[in-house]
Design a protein around this ligand. Structure first.
Ligand code: ATP
Ligand code: MG
Length: 439
């Protein structure tokens, strides 16, 4: 304790570490005042830190007057460091209590606060997002982001174990992968530029040198959607691999998902308890259904849909209700997929593509890519896209482009579905939609 240069910065223990072995020892806990009760001449101060709560007890007769007064007046949610001796407790909420000797108030919380992070008073999502940092002090809110961390760690590990290299492609681009409609534009030293909506073209090019690549990062979509699953800024898990076909990369996707679920069940028991959610590791392989079979089944359910139509939210809802688990929707019509997706051998109206669904929610899209330059040029021309703006991308196909496949998976959506959260905003620290650009 006394070796520390700055008494009011370091804790000696987290709350959860205070146990019998420390009985009679001096400790220092650091965190935020959750509660303060005064009973006779005794102050019971509850301090929350990232690993739980500890109870500090200040008795008037045993405590220096100015420390006692400080403990009496400290506002809830202030940042404090409390020092004292570990003792037995009669409290049911903590294993031990600390007999308070000192209290340092490092920053007083100014009341009224915009929300109550103890959850005694609930607030709307907008109030919570306006005070997001304070909102995150709620253990149930922080739990989502601890789980998200474990999901991301697991994904990185699974890719690494399969020989993938993590890459970072540009966010600032001159043209989009699929035309310009859904891109945010900006001024780049007097010239127009855009924010990338996906790493698609870059990750494909990289397979010709790096073989297997993945990227986990933020991308942008300038769509004014008002759904519970869309944001204008989202985190995508992307992969692309040389000498793999659509079935190979679907298997990798299953491995990524199953491992992420396993990692969370093994490491996040406490968080899942707080969130009151039962996470079950899904079984591989996931069920498969072709787009044509989906259309057939929707018609049987009485919906009007033609081959070639995109599946609406209502249709995905109908499909998802009878299939609540993960399933693949494969072989989408060529008109519904981007130019870089390979068509099937026997019917050029359909593609070697897939979407990964969890119930009604789309989690990922991918497929086998076109790897022959002439074919790619034909597809671009057919869509009326300007070949010249794809000049750099197309030239990579002259340098020994291997056959390759890949997918993009929404990380925010994966966490959302895993934790059975209704709104994607709950799983993003500072979500961006058409109405929100702050904080
Ligand atoms: P949707 O049909 O749900 O709008 P999409 O087909 O336009 O999605 P893709 O281009 O296939 O999306 O992107 C791959 C994945 O990235 C999606 O399956 C989804 O998980 C995620 N994603 C795409 N757009 C968004 C968004 N606006 N907000 C959150 N996640 C997104
Ligand atoms: Mg998609």
């Amino acid at each position: 304790l006394s070796n520390s240069k700055s008494n009011n910065v370091h804790r000696t223990h987290y709350s959860s570490q205070l146990d019998k072995s420390l009985l009679g020892k001096k400790v220092r806990v650091a965190g935020w005042v959750e509660d303060s009760r005064v009973v006779g001449g005794i102050i019971f101060l509850t301090i929350r830190d990232p690993r739980g709560i500890s109870q500090i007890v200040y008795r008037r007769q045993d405590t220096q007057q100015h420390i006692f007064d400080r403990a009496l007046k400290v506002p809830r949610q202030s940042a404090v460091v409390a020092e004292g001796i570990v003792s037995e407790t009669r409290s049911k909420d903590t294993k031990m209590e600390v007999k308070g000797e000192d209290l340092m108030i490092l920053n007083e919380a100014i009341h009224p606060l915009p929300l109550d992070p103890t959850g005694r008073v609930s607030s709307s999502i907008d109030v919570r997002l306006d005070a997001r940092a304070l909102d995150l002090r709620s253990p149930g809110v922080a739990a989502i982001f601890t789980v998200r961390h474990h999901v991301a760690q697991s994904i990185r590990r699974t890719f690494s174990e399969n020989g993938f290299v993590e890459v970072s492609t540009p966010r600032l681009i001159k043209a989009g992968a699929e035309g310009g409609a859904t891109l945010f534009s900006l001024d780049y030293f007097g010239n127009p530029a855009f924010l990338a909506q996906s790493p698609q073209l870059y990750k494909e090019q990289l397979t010709l040198a790096l073989d297997r690549v993945f990227e986990i990062s933020t991308f942008f979509r300038a769509e004014k959607s008002a759904t519970r699953r869309h944001l204008n800024e989202f985190v995508s898990v992307d992969m692309e691999a040389a000498f793999m076909d659509e079935d190979d990369v679907m298997r990798i996707c299953e491995d990524i998902i199953v491992e992420a679920y396993r990692t969370v069940t093994e490491n996040c028991g406490e968080q899942l308890l707080l969130l009151n959610v039962d996470v079950k590791v899904p079984e591989k392989p996931f069920a498969k259904m072709t787009y044509a079979d989906a259309v057939e089944s929707l018609r049987k359910s009485g919906l009007t849909v033609n081959l070639g139509d995109d599946l609406t939210d209502a249709m995905l809802g109908t499909l998802g209700r009878s299939r609540p688990d993960f399933f693949w929707l494969t072989e989408w019509p060529t008109v519904l997929k981007p130019f870089y997706i390979e068509v099937t051998q026997n019917d050029p109206d359909y593609t070697r593509s897939f979407d990964l669904m969890k119930g009604p929610l789309e989690l990922a899209s991918g497929g086998m890519r076109v790897s022959i330059k002439e074919k790619l040029q034909q597809r671009l021309s057919k869509l009326g896209l300007d070949l010249n703006s794809f000049k750099h991308h197309l030239s990579a196909f002259d340098w020994g482009m291997p056959p390759h496949s890949g997918w993009g998976l929404g990380l925010d959506r994966l966490v959302m579905t895993m934790l059975d959260v209704r709104n994607i905003k709950e799983c993003v620290l500072y979500p961006r939609d058409q109405f929100r650009l702050v904080p």
